[in-house]
Design a binder for this molecule. Structure first.
Ligand code: SF4
Ligand code: SF4
Ligand code: FES
Length: 522
């Protein structure tokens, strides 16, 4: 796409777009969504469905908006009688063999065939009720994908994703005409690490996730912007919740990080957010046993242990907690001799071949970079060894904790691991789905996640717990009570050079590179 700008009008709205822009994209700038099926901005253009027909002045017949480039002075009409009648004909053709499955189809409520038929299809069929629609049985395409051929509109998005983006061409269009269907290679499976994206790309309910099958109707779901915790890539996702339970994870587009896709590891990495064995109240040790208490007593109890601590303090933290929490945990030890460390589970790297710099990363944690920036090291074994003789050991949501200490162990977490049952105090915190916060991905991009469901019992965001402790102790650059996650981030941004100038407002839904990182590549 060049620098040259072109002027055109779409449905009477003037727009200015760079040379090379497709009419369907230019229309978005005019606030017009041209109905379409085969077109997707993350896939090569093929122009096979003909759903995006529009009228272009001086053109002898209707044109497809997905394969026509904008031109200077072009006048496009998407709502003219000719354009609407052309698209109505396409819909009628698509519906000849499409079953009336909506009441039992997972896609209902978010189906583009349903939406466009409602918007501009024929009010009734011209086919006889006796017409026998095509029937093919459901096929098992892979670990998490079912293919329902009766619903397929042959847009080929799935074929193009596997061929051009995943670069593992296991799907094709088999047969021709009204017998055509999506075929899978006789020895192939949709088991590529990024194969689940075909379910999101399918505009109808033809490719379905087994994991989500019949779990919820689309209109029952609440949608929340979040960040995947599966690895250090930091893909933008949407958490779908139903009655306070996360039931599905889907990609949220971010052209700088994950374009339109997420890997299957990240997609399936949500059940732990719904765990039932959570710590629901603060616990303090009295008479040799842990007793449930309120926050006031718990915070006073922990503050008194920290006040009395002489000698070394050790913080063992999880790289899955927010940057804000890691900041206030560090501030807690200001003035003390302390060391902090985290450990990262490693796995196999799985790139998405057709998208540069997008891979399921070997480092399976979302905030290792944030932890490093705040002074925590990767020397986890050394920190565990130092904990044996430390006066205070804090462990921040570290379920694999292997610590032994003669000092005071304060455990702040979502669930209580066996090894932390010796703790002097246990403080319950929210998980990523239950709070607002930020992570820093491997490329130094700071990204926000939002609250999707409520936290159990008395659990609170970790940034709140530590900021209250800092305020109780009256120390650190994070001193004073903090009311919101945005305020917690502001304290971090004024205290830590790498975050300077950033704020929740500036990060928005897409995140931003750290000022320091922008100049120094990771
Ligand atoms: S299965 Fe879905 S994505 Fe694939 S061709 Fe059919 S309608 Fe399109
Ligand atoms: S690549 Fe990493 S961040 Fe992206 S979806 Fe997969 S696990 Fe999540
Ligand atoms: S979206 Fe344009 S032809 Fe399919």
């Amino acid at each position: 796409m060049g620098d040259e700008l072109l002027n055109l009008t779409i449905d009477g709205v003037p727009v200015r777009v760079p040379k090379g822009t497709l009419v369907i994209e230019a229309a978005k700038q005019a606030g017009v969504l041209v109905p379409h099926y085969c077109y997707h901005p993350g896939l090569p253009v093929v122009g096979v469905c003909r759903m995006c027909l529009v009228e272009i002045e001086k053109a002898p017949k209707l044109q497809i908006a997905c394969a026509t480039q904008a031109a200077e002075g072009m006048v496009v009409r998407t709502q003219s009688p000719q354009a609407k009648s052309g698209r109505m004909g396409v819909l009628e053709l698509l519906l000849i063999n499409h079953p009336l499955d909506c009441p039992i189809c997972d896609q209902a409520g978010e189906c583009e065939l349903q939406d466009f038929t409602f918007q501009e299809g024929r009010p009734a069929t011209r086919y006889s009720p006796q017409y026998a629609k095509r029937f093919n049985p459901v096929e098992d395409f892979g670990p998490d994908v079912l293919y329902v051929p009766n619903r397929c509109i042959l847009c080929t998005r799935c074929v193009r994703f596997m061929e051009d983006v995943a670069q593992e061409p296991v799907l094709n269009v088999s047969e021709r005409g009204d017998r055509a269907y999506i075929g899978i290679h006789s020895e192939g499976r949709l088991d590529h690490p990024w194969a689940g994206n075909v379910v999101d790309l399918c505009p109808v309910g033809s490719l379905l996730s087994k994991d989500f099958l019949h779990k919820a109707r689309a209109w029952e779901l609440d949608k929340t912007a979040s960040i995947c915790t599966g690895c250090s890539q930091g893909c933008n996702v949407t958490l779908d919740t139903r009655e306070n339970v996360v039931v599905r994870v889907r990609p949220r587009s971010n052209l700088e990080v994950n374009r339109f896709f997420i890997c299957d590891h990240g997609r399936m990495n949500y059940r732990w957010m719904n765990r039932g064995d959570r710590i629901e109240a603060p616990l303090v040790r009295r008479g040799g046993e842990l007793h449930a208490t309120d926050w006031d007593e718990a915070l006073d109890f922990v503050a008194s242990r920290l006040r009395g601590a002489g000698g070394q303090a050790v913080a063992l933290v999880s790289p899955k907690v927010s940057t804000e929490a890691l900041f206030f945990a560090r501030e807690l030890f200001r003035g003390l001799e302390w060391s902090g460390a985290f450990q990262v589970v490693m796995g196999e790297e799985a790139p998405l071949a057709g998208v540069p710099n997008l891979a399921l990363r070997a480092e399976r944690a979302p905030n290792a970079r944030g932890a490093e920036l705040l002074g925590y090291s990767r020397e986890y074994a050394a920190a565990v060894a130092a904990a044996e003789t430390a006066a205070v050991v804090l462990v921040l949501d570290e379920p694999d904790i292997a610590v032994r200490t003669a000092g005071a162990l304060i455990y702040v977490g979502t669930v209580l691991p066996e090894r932390a049952r010796d703790a002097q105090a246990v403080l319950p915190i929210a998980n990523v789905a239950e709070e607002e916060g930020t992570y820093v991905n491997r490329d130094g991009r700071v990204q926000r996640y939002f609250q999707a469901k409520s936290a159990p019992g008395m659990a609170r965001p970790a940034w709140w717990v530590f900021s209250e402790l800092v305020a109780t102790l009256g120390g650190g650059q994070g001193g004073g009570h903090v009311g919101t996650a945005a305020e917690a981030f502001d304290r971090l941004a004024v205290s830590v050079e790498a975050f300077r100038g950033l704020s929740y407002a500036r990060l928005g839904f897409a995140g931003a590179p750290m000022p320091a990182t922008a100049a120094v590549p990771a």
